[in-house]
Design a protein around this ligand. Structure first.
Ligand SMILES: Cc1cc2nc3c(=O)[nH]c(=O)nc-3n(C[C@H](O)[C@H](O)[C@H](O)COP(=O)(O)O)c2cc1C
Ligand SMILES: Nc1ncnc2c1ncn2[C@@H]1O[C@H](COP(=O)(O)OP(=O)(O)O)[C@@H](O)[C@H]1O
Length: 273
């Protein structure tokens, strides 16, 4: 922090293409200042770091929300004594009732204030809340376009019913906390197991297993061989296949899963793995 000469300020949940436009304005000693609201669920906890090489510093919203414009600048200058440049987006607001904007920063800060113009995709302004809305309707492609990377969640391995490997296909069952889960259904995915470096092509199910025991599950079936997962896995979403369905028999569910596998293979083959 003592070395930081430039900072980008915001919530930065998702680290999407709008956020990345800010980071491009940082220099080698640039730091990303995340104002934590407690609502981040696209890139919770330490997950923002994987989408940037810049150092990230977290500030609690409660510690700064009462500050006026001058107070906020004084706070930043104390925390970053070498600060020369502040980077924010076109809609950045801060302070009590969010009443200060980049105009105030420009007036009050002695160094440079860079204001990044609105980043759009297909003429639609990119924002975290829109990415959440897309995931909630299963629009993975739309969410990924806004993110500039595949939406990725991490979970802890848990035991399943054991039915998968006996009657259907083997799956890794995950308990996922803190991440927003896409809508219930079946997805073409890439899965990274434990600390492996590569991702496996996979097909994943999120939802209540309404055909079997009714309980909620996040499961992934690996398409390129037999694997063992010890502790955790990471699911990277590529495309939506179908909604969660209730089948009359395990036999029909099995047929549907076979089709899902064919579709997932087709969707994933288009990618350079
Ligand atoms: C590709 C795939 C698609 C699935 N689709 C459905 C579904 O549409 N409806 C459903 O109730 N369960 C679905 N399941 C979940 C199965 O019910 C689940 O794998 C089975 O209950 C075995 O669970 P276990 O891994 O805990 O043994 C799907 C699972 C996979 C891997
Ligand atoms: N689409 C965008 N174009 C340009 N700047 C953006 C965009 N989205 C967010 N920003 C900027 O990035 C920083 C973080 O904003 P934040 O409110 O966390 O993002 P979001 O609006 O996606 O939730 C702010 O300075 C904001 O002005």
């Amino acid at each position: 922090m003592r070395k930081s000469t430039s900072i980008a300020i915001g919530g930065f949940d998702g680290m999407h293409i709008g956020h990345q436009a800010l980071f491009r304005e940082l220099d080698d000693n640039g730091t990303i200042v995340v104002i934590e609201t407690g609502y981040a669920n696209l890139t919770p906890d330490g997950f923002r770091q994987r989408y940037t090489k810049h150092r990230i510093v977290y500030l609690k919203l409660g510690d700064i929300r009462h500050l006026d414009g001058a107070g906020f600048i004084a706070f930043l200058e104390k925390k970053f004594p070498k600060l020369k440049k502040i980077v924010v987006g076109y809609d950045f607001h801060f302070g009590k009732d969010r009443k200060y904007s980049y105009e105030d920063l420009k007036q009050l800060f002695k160094g440079d204030v860079v204001v990044v113009e609105e980043v759009k995709h297909n003429n639609d302004s990119v924002h975290s809340h829109k990415i959440r809305a897309k995931l909630q309707i299963g629009d993975i492609k739309g969410a990924n376009d806004f993110l500039g990377h595949n939406y990725t969640i991490v979970g802890k391995r848990v035991d399943g019913q054991g039915l998968g490997s006996r009657e259907l296909v083997p799956t890794i069952n995950l308990s996922v906390k803190d991440f927003l889960l896409p809508k219930e259904g079946v997805y073409a995915t890439l899965t990274r197991i434990d600390d492996e470096e590569h991702f496996h092509p996979s097909v994943s199910f999120i939802g209540h297993r309404i055909t079997t025991d009714g309980s909620f599950a996040v499961e992934t079936h690996i398409l390129d061989g037999t694997v063992t997962c010890k502790e955790k896995a990471e699911i990277s979403f590529v495309d939506f296949i179908r909604n969660n369905e209730k089948f009359d028999s395990l036999e029909n569910l099995k047929e549907a899963i076979k089709k899902d596998i064919t579709i997932a293979n087709r969707m994933l083959k288009r990618l350079e793995l």
